[in-house]
Design a protein around this ligand. Structure first.
Ligand code: PLP
Length: 436
């Protein structure tokens, strides 16, 4: 297509690197998601700073992807860069705790209202550890998740509903476990279905995002979150909130913004300014059940953690990121930018009378090709990968970088209103080109 041709012409260096990568990198990329970029080859990055990203061909983008929220603070925060450099000079991995770990745990505790924390390398890891805890504490074999959720590449969570049956999630390379045995799946925004399923008594925990964010954004109905808490308590099922993708809602994610009361909470992605780190927190009661009333670590909490987990570099980066970004004042700048984006996109959709919609959660927004979905299956049915890819490549060719998944846009204090308006203009041109 014209857009493919334009892309290839303006990215000769990326094309050369992509050709070279075919010789050594599985699928030509260092990480599978990077094959999702809409051009016929991935753009190779040179530098990223604030809300800008520059590729090896010298093309500069307004970055609305921000590492799929991994760099939600904007790239290369000076405080994080300094903390990382300092720590790198002073040693990273010793297997001894650093003081920064206590600072970060206290700060996460303040933000999410949970007193006890431990760290992991990624949110995927943290979710695996939390599921292990939940099964250990309850002696129950099964976990429950929402239909069309995503919690990382955790085998048991890669499941969806097919009628009443639990089947592997499409697009995930065959799960290594039989999800029909390990997992219960319930539709989002359906309290009756949740109540019926948990009543069977075999579920250790419900792991959920406060809003679905990995199949377009699906927001909870009024009263849904409270209902979930009531039902999980009634059936003695641990409620695990995964805030990894929803910190866009504010400094304490949806948990603080909506007054949620999880038993355990997982958070990852931006908490160390882009350096790999995740954390999981829990109530005093859960901690008592895990390590005893003295809250010492003498009890058996084995089977979690890893050699590089809680390394001093990640924790120094996190301390810097949490003290200099992701604060109330940062969201006070970023959220109005996302509102401006939503209004701009809605204007284009309305002008053309399209059955599309723009969903927003805090400083993050996504277009969906349907009216606001109430559950994951509806959102999944409306996914149009060809259309997504077209819009993505159109924007990329005009130096606006969206995520390759559902064309999400994320705003940081480093963005400007002009950045938002640039996207609106480019999006408007794309839709004009599509529908005339
Ligand atoms: N949980 C949620 C809600 C996510 O969206 C993701 C990734 O997109 C993860 C967990 C996994 O995070 P990571 O890929 O950093 O392990």
């Amino acid at each position: 297509t014209d857009e493919e041709g334009r892309f290839a012409q303006t990215h000769p260096r990326s094309a050369a690197l992509a050709a070279r990568a075919q010789g050594s990198l599985l699928a030509g990329v260092p990480m599978p998601w990077m094959t999702r970029w809409a051009g016929s080859f991935p753009v190779f990055v040179d530098t990223a700073n604030g809300a800008r990203c520059v590729d090896v061909d010298g093309v500069e983008y307004v970055d609305l992807c921000l590492g799929d929220t991994g760099a939600m603070t904007g790239h290369a925060l000076p405080e994080v860069a300094e903390a990382v450099a300092r720590r790198a000079r002073n040693g990273i991995t010793t297997m001894l705790p650093s003081e920064d770990a206590i600072w970060v745990a206290d700060e996460l505790g303040r933000r999410f209202g949970l007193p006890r924390w431990q760290f992991a390398m990624s949110a995927t890891d943290a979710n695996r550890f939390v599921l292990r805890f939940a099964r250990h504490l309850t002696g129950r074999p099964r976990i429950a998740v929402m239909d069309w959720c995503y919690h990382g590449t955790v085998d048991e969570t890669l499941a969806v509903l097919d009628g009443d049956r639990v089947v592997p999630r499409p697009g995930a390379m065959g799960p290594q476990v039989d999800v029909a045995i390990t997992t219960a799946v319930v539709p989002f925004n359906d309290l009756d279905a949740l109540d019926r399923r948990l009543a069977q008594g075999d579920v250790a925990c419900l792991l959920m995002e406060p809003a679905l964010t990995n199949i377009g954004i699906v927001l909870p109905d009024e009263g849904y979150s409270e209902g979930v808490r009531e039902i999980t308590r009634k059936h003695d099922v641990l409620l695990v909130i995964d805030e990894t993708h929803t910190l866009c809602a504010g400094p304490g994610g949806c948990t603080a913004a909506w007054g949620l009361e999880p038993d355990l909470l997982v958070v990852g992605k931006p908490i160390a300014g882009g350096v790999p780190l995740a954390a999981y927190g829990m109530t005093t009661e859960v901690a008592h059940r895990l390590v005893g009333p003295m809250l010492t670590a003498e009890a058996d909490v084995s089977g979690v953690g890893g050699t590089l987990t809680a390394n001093a570099l990640a924790l120094a980066a996190s301390r810097a990121a949490l003290s200099s970004s992701l604060r109330e004042e940062d969201f006070a700048v970023a959220i109005p930018l996302a509102e401006r984006f939503t209004a701009g996109v809605a204007g284009v959709i309305e002008k053309h009378g399209l059955p599309w919609h723009v969903q927003r959660l805090g400083c993050r927004a996504e277009y969906v090709f349907c009216p606001p979905p109430r559950d994951g299956a509806t959102a999944a049915a409306a996914v149009d990968e060809e259309l997504e890819a077209f819009l993505h490549l159109w924007c990329l060719n005009r130096q606006v970088l969206l995520t390759p998944f559902h064309n999400m846009a994320l705003f940081s204090p480093a963005h400007s209103e002009a950045d938002v308006d640039r996207h609106t203009e480019v999006f408007g041109e794309a839709v004009d080109a599509l529908v005339g």
